[in-house]
Design a protein around this ligand. Structure first.
Ligand code: SF4
Length: 150
């Protein structure tokens, strides 16, 4: 038998039953989230669901879809960091940093990257369509020019 985490004893959902929290009906999900808003352990509960990659139900005030989206956003941020590192390591050369099934995705990603805070230096992004309907995102990096006297 798995031990319950200690915060579980203070759970506001203990009285309401689990059906509401595992329902797929939008009104049930909204009601479950409103109970979470009153819960004294909303933080630890959400952190626990995140740590164990809980896939089902409302936890810590977040629905399954919200947790999934948050994970995807984090993965994307981490991946972008790794992609930029690869381009920096290949300074002065175009580097393919993304490979997508959709022919438009690389163009969209290039547009997003142009607007984001990037590591210091000169960045140029480009995209190209692949023959199979996909697309590639490319980056060109060069170090920032040094000021006279540096
Ligand atoms: S945050 Fe929500 S799901 Fe988590 S213990 Fe509290 S009421 Fe239950």
């Amino acid at each position: 038998m798995t031990a319950q985490p200690s915060w579980h004893l203070q759970a506001a959902c203990a009285e309401s039953g689990s059906a509401l929290f595992y329902s797929s009906l939008p009104e049930d999900i909204a009601q479950a989230k409103s109970i979470c808003c009153t819960c004294p352990v909303v933080g630890p509960c959400g952190a626990y669901a995140e740590a164990v990659l809980e896939r089902h139900g409302v936890w810590g005030g977040r629905s399954e879809d919200e947790r999934r989206s948050e994970l995807a956003r984090r993965r994307m941020r981490r991946d972008v960091g790794e992609q930029l590192d690869a381009a920096m390591a290949n300074e002065g050369n175009w580097t393919v940093i993304g490979d997508y099934d959709n022919r438009y995705t690389a163009k969209e990603r290039a547009s997003v990257l142009r607007k984001r805070a990037l590591p210091p230096g000169n960045w140029t992004f480009s995209s190209r369509a692949r023959g199979d309907g996909g697309s590639e995102l490319l980056a060109l990096y060069s170090r920032p020019a040094r000021a006279v006297g540096d």
